[in-house]
Ligand binder design. Structure first.
Ligand code: FES
Ligand SMILES: [Fe+2]
Length: 392
């Protein structure tokens, strides 16, 4: 139900979001209400998460027949499943009889079985066709009418994106400008998926997590003893971007010895100077980082205005050995914990009524692009042209 206060708050946020279309030189942080208003969240679910492409996981993580990931996007239960014909499908995970959720959330394999509803046992094939209803006693159940609906999927750089809307333009079209920038990394050779780890839930609005993932401004402060040692804030730069996607990058430097130095050698090969990373931001939900040895990402799926499911994923060129995996996962856990803590701390700050967001700085140009994306999808206003950084 929309309260009067909620509606006003929402309108205020929308009005202020229009000002987010301002160029970098005038850009400011979003109004705090955008990070906790129920109405604003409902609008985002409707126009952004039900209207655009949302990243889910590595396609290669669901390689075998019957492999599936049951998850919901904007409250819509769905299952990504590798069908017997080799296709990866996004099927509705809701029974056509009386609406029960079919498969439990998480990762599993059908092991050759059908999808069977836990309520009255109606069953479906791994491609969503209706297979039968026990004790139907002659009731005529139209097979075509009782199939599981499916959703659009596209795979981009090894990652599956799902779109609940029939209207969004194809993802490949929108992202076409990225590939030339990543040519040096031979993206097609990233084929070995990391394990599909259990999603985490962070007590922060999804936008805080995405903004934090995109910008390299906070590295020197939040990740002083982790990421900053390898990819310092002072080495970060903007490459090219707009509301549709943004690429930023940065130098990878020699670690200062100790654990960071060892991990640097493990994770980034020699760690020779001259190495660099490229950060790929695809709103609303995806931020990935590519180096010459790895392709890692973080995906945010909103659960409520103040909680977000965070999915981590990766692709490597070959299956890394156990030691490397353990070192990498320990290191990732350390800096992600730093990110989670700062995002949750900002969320607490968003409750303030006596304060408001301030100016954004040039290192946050990617955040400005993200605000352009939001304003574009939520208010319908056309975003500014692509920006290409002239010098680094
Ligand atoms: S609700 Fe699924 S079989 Fe009845
Ligand atoms: Fe961070």
């Amino acid at each position: 139900m929309t309260t009067k206060a909620g509606k006003n708050e929402n309108e205020t946020a929308l009005t202020l979001l229009r000002t987010a279309m301002a160029p970098l030189e005038e850009a400011r942080a979003l109004p705090f209400a955008a990070y906790h208003s129920e109405d604003f969240f409902a609008l985002e679910m409707d126009r952004v998460f039900r209207g655009d492409w949302v990243a889910v996981c590595a396609e290669a993580a669901l390689a075998d027949t019957g492999d599936y990931l049951a998850i919901d996007i904007a409250g819509e239960p769905l299952v990504l499943i590798r069908s017997a014909d080799g296709e990866l499908r996004a099927l509705s995970n809701v029974c056509r009889h009386r609406g029960t959720v079919l498969l439990d959330p998480g990762v599993d394999n059908l092991h050759g079985e059908r999808i069977v509803c836990p309520y009255h046992g109606w069953s479906y094939s791994d491609s969503g066709t209706f297979r039968g209803a026990p004790y139907a006693q002659g009731a005529r159940i139209d097979r075509d009418e009782h199939c599981l609906p499916s959703f659009r999927t596209e795979v981009w750089m090894g990652i599956v994106f799902v779109c609940l809307s029939a209207d969004a333009p194809p993802l490949a079209e929108r992202l076409a400008g990225i590939a030339p920038h990543l040519a040096e990394f031979d993206m097609a050779s990233f084929a070995a998926p990391g394990a599909l780890s259990a999603p985490e839930v962070w007590a922060a609005n999804w936008k805080l997590i995405v903004e934090n993932g995109m910008e390299s401004y906070h590295l020197f402060k939040v990740h002083e003893n982790t990421l900053e040692k390898i990819s310092p804030t002072k080495g970060a730069y903007y490459i090219e971007g707009s509301a549709a996607w943004t690429l930023t990058g940065g130098e990878i430097v020699q670690g200062g010895g100790g654990i960071a130095g060892k991990l640097l050698a493990t994770l980034f090969g020699s760690g020779a100077s001259g190495d660099h990373y490229v950060l790929v931001s695809i709103p609303p939900s995806f931020v990935g980082v590519v180096t010459k040895d790895s392709w890692d990402w973080i995906i945010a799926h909103p659960l409520s205005p103040t909680s977000t499911r965070v999915l981590l994923g990766s692709l490597a060129r070959s299956s890394p050995d156990l030691m490397t995996r353990m070192a990498a996962s320990g290191y990732t856990a350390a800096f992600l914990e730093e990110d989670r803590a700062i995002c949750e701390r900002v969320q607490t700050g968003m409750a303030a009524r006596a304060s408001a967001g301030g100016r954004l700085v040039p290192l946050e140009r990617v955040v400005v692009d993200f605000h352009h994306y939001l304003a574009w999808h939520l208010t319908g206003e056309s975003p500014p042209e692509r920006h290409v950084e002239a010098t680094r």
